[in-house]
Design a protein around this ligand. Sequence first.
Ligand SMILES: NC(=O)c1ccc[n+]([C@@H]2O[C@H](COP(=O)([O-])OP(=O)(O)OC[C@H]3O[C@@H](n4cnc5c(N)ncnc54)[C@H](O)[C@@H]3O)[C@@H](O)[C@H]2O)c1
Ligand SMILES: [Zn+2]
Length: 367
Amino acid sequence: MTIDPVKQADLRVALGERSYDIAIGPGLLSRPDAYAGAIHGRRVLIVTNDTVGPLYQQTVADALAAAHDVDVLALPDGEAHKTLGTLNLIFDRLLEGNYGRDACIVALGGGVIGDIAGFAAASYQRGIDFVQLPTTLLAQVDSSVGGKTGVNHALGKNMIGAFHQPTRVLIDVDVLETLPPREFAAGMAEVIKYGLIRDSDFFDWLEANMEAINAREPALLIEIIRRSCANKAEVVVADERETGQRALLNLGHTFGHALEAELGYGTWLHGEAVAAGMCMAADTARRIGWLDGAQVERIERVIAAAHLPTAPPAELESTRIRALMARDKKVKAGELRLVLMHDIGAAVVTGAHGEALDATLNHYFGH
Ligand SMILES: NC(=O)c1ccc[n+]([C@@H]2O[C@H](COP(=O)([O-])OP(=O)(O)OC[C@H]3O[C@@H](n4cnc5c(N)ncnc54)[C@H](O)[C@@H]3O)[C@@H](O)[C@H]2O)c1
Ligand SMILES: [Zn+2]
């Protein structure tokens, strides 16, 4: 790939023959050279949605037009459409168009589009190439990297899916200009998460720079995305299929998923629930004696500075949240496992801190 090094960050996810580059910079979507080498066949299907498509699909189609035959499929927008039914719309288009195994799917959108288009690529004719063009901050720092793809089932989120790595991730920071503020803040929850689980220097840097980040200064956006993707890539390379340390990426998520489920999906954005969940995890770690009060305050201050909630809604009931947490995927052999911090920048997966957890739930909620 020949992209000018100015304001441009490149990372490589080293997974043997499934290795791929992550390019981060301004204006990437419009650059034909940014895609070079990632798309092997002639035919490309851009999968997007009816919000993002009108904003960016033409830019992408124009960049690809010289080297490829390009078609576009715009799906309805929203998590509610991350279903097998919507997935089938992609298969319909591919089959009706006689796409072969050398076709490539280009996923243009947030995490919903990336997950569903990625799963289509994982399963169409047993697997075709796909390129991720993430357009939300959350997708740029989290969901587009690591190869988890899938759709929801009525009985559970992300329950049908596959691991399928993209051939490239192109992160164009310019697209964040149109991202609504609430969605931007939600992405920041995952950014802060990397600092908390494994990168205390990054946490310090976020603490010092939150104002400029909130103003979406491009150089800072590139830095937070580069550092987040580098952290995620390191974890994924060490544990692609989440048998061990990849679970650390779930800091705040066991609490957060319970909040999302109890409030009704969509009431709080995922990142908002994770932000409150990370504060709850910090509270539990303090009760165990791992974090001190000053560290917990620091964590809450950074999360608040990113315009995210530092506590769940108090009207929820602890018994219901406890029950929902027990249903979480991270329950192993009947024991609830949590990701908690020993220190800022040092998280562990741990079980059997039931008393501290109960105290946390009683602190935030009525019974
Ligand atoms: N695969 C993984 O590893 C992984 C990790 C985390 C989350 N996820 C999944 O990601 C999904 C959430 O992703 P999300 O937060 O990106 O939500 P999303 O894809 O629903 O996007 C949020 C909203 O922003 C709009 N949007 C996207 N880009 C825009 C832009 N540049 N300008 C204006 N509007 C834009 C979308 O159309 C949508 O309305 C969930 O389904 C979750 O399960 C997957
Ligand atoms: Zn998350």
